[in-house]
Write a protein that binds this ligand. Structure first.
Ligand SMILES: NC(=O)c1ccc[n+]([C@@H]2O[C@H](COP(=O)([O-])OP(=O)(O)OC[C@H]3O[C@@H](n4cnc5c(N)ncnc54)[C@H](OP(=O)(O)O)[C@@H]3O)[C@@H](O)[C@H]2O)c1
Length: 336
């Protein structure tokens, strides 16, 4: 990348000061970005749990600071040395190393390898793509795993845990739209109206799932589950999944350890399936984005999101860290 290297732009910068991490909107230069093949002018990003870890100094996510987080970005190609992309193309970039150790979507520009880029599918605009973002993509990968195991709406309830979170709320909306009866489990019963507006059939307190006897198998309450919480929640979810059911899991909000037993698997044929949107193959990524732009195009994006600019992200980051976020936070990167 040679053009405009002295050109400056705005970005949220996380940095250490007096043993704590702050996030401030600052000027950066294009020369501060890595010299990858494609320079993208970012229009929208979205807030994910991982961004809050990066923004607050979690070295498991981001090694070097000052750093601009943002694992999601949608925008317009400004300059490309990769033949597959031209100036003016609308594109989506999510995961890989973006927002981890490659400066991310909370800035006006990103510089990325062409291999990380998904052309914006017809049927979605930049804003819609970022209301979906990584959390929507993750939820959709989980939903596809459930669908591919031949779980049909008539087979029973589908449980979603962490239901008001980014992944959870999208999963509630998408599964409901596809005709499934969804049980939304949440710690925020005051958000029952929100979860019902996304289509949930039932809203239950998350303690109802975990406050159960420690028996290896419990009455089957759902035929499938999308768990975003992990730890003791995932253990309790597996033990209450019905015969030949499916549990798709993606999160570790309650910790990374899983204590379980073999009976749900060998006596009920339950399948436990992991979701990793970070390393999803490009072909799978494209298929899911195309589904989300067409057959699975979410009809609940308005209810799902709130919009904010870079200036207000610190507050939103604290909220997501405390598990207080509801739905999706869309970041209108150009509004500052
Ligand atoms: N594997 C992947 O590819 C992938 C991709 C994206 C995200 N993730 C992971 O998935 C998880 C969810 O991500 P997200 O972006 O949706 O985060 P999020 O918006 O913060 O949602 C997490 C939700 O978990 C629930 N929760 C919070 N504290 C809890 C507790 N102590 N006990 C039980 N539930 C609790 C809350 O929902 P309620 O109040 O409604 O219960 C919260 O909204 C994170 O662990 C994230 O790292 C993984």
């Amino acid at each position: 990348m040679t053009h405009h290297e002295s050109h400056s732009f705005l970005a949220l910068v996380a940095e250490e000061s007096n043993d704590t991490y702050t996030q401030t909107v600052k000027k950066r230069k294009l020369s501060d970005l890595p010299g990858h093949d494609v320079l993208v002018r970012v229009h929208y990003s979205s807030l994910n749990y991982k961004d809050s870890l990066s923004a607050t100094g979690n070295k498991g996510v981001t090694k070097k600071y000052p750093f601009t987080p943002g694992i999601d970005a949608a925008g317009i190609v400004e300059q490309s040395a990769d033949k597959r992309f031209n100036k003016g193309d609308k594109v989506i970039v999510t995961s890989y190393d973006l927002g981890m150790n490659t400066p991310g979507g909370f800035g006006h520009y990103i510089s990325v390898p062409g291999d990380w880029i998904v052309p914006l599918p017809e049927g979605l605009n930049l804003k819609e793509s970022m209301i979906i973002g990584t959390s929507g993509l993750t939820a959709a990968i989980g939903v596809e795993k459930i669908v591919k195991q031949h779980i049909a709406p008539k087979d029973g309830f589908i449980l979603v845990t962490g239901a008001t979170g980014g992944v959870g709320s999208f999963a509630v909306g998408l599964l409901s739209q596809l005709g499934y009866s969804v049980i939304a489990a949440t710690g925020k019963m005051d958000q029952t109206g929100f979860l019902k507006s996304l289509g949930a059939s039932e809203v239950i307190h998350r303690d109802e799932i975990t406050n159960v006897p420690g028996k290896p198998l419990l009455t089957g309450r759902w035929i499938a589950a999308l768990d975003t919480v992990g730890g003791s929640m995932l253990d309790a979810v597996i033990r209450q999944t019905d015969h030949n059911g499916v549990v798709a899991c993606c999160g570790n909000v309650l910790g990374h350890e899983l204590h379980t037993n073999v009976f749900p698997f060998i006596l009920r044929g339950v399948a436990l399936m992991g979701i990793d949107s970070g390393i999803a193959l490009m072909a799978d990524r494209m298929r899911i984005w195309n589904l989300l732009a067409d057959e699975w195009k979410p009809r609940f994006l308005e209810e799902l999101h709130r919009e904010t600019g870079l200036q207000n992200l610190t507050e939103e980051i604290q909220k997501i860290l405390q598990g207080k976020q509801v739905g999706k936070v869309l970041v209108n990167v150009r509004s500052v």
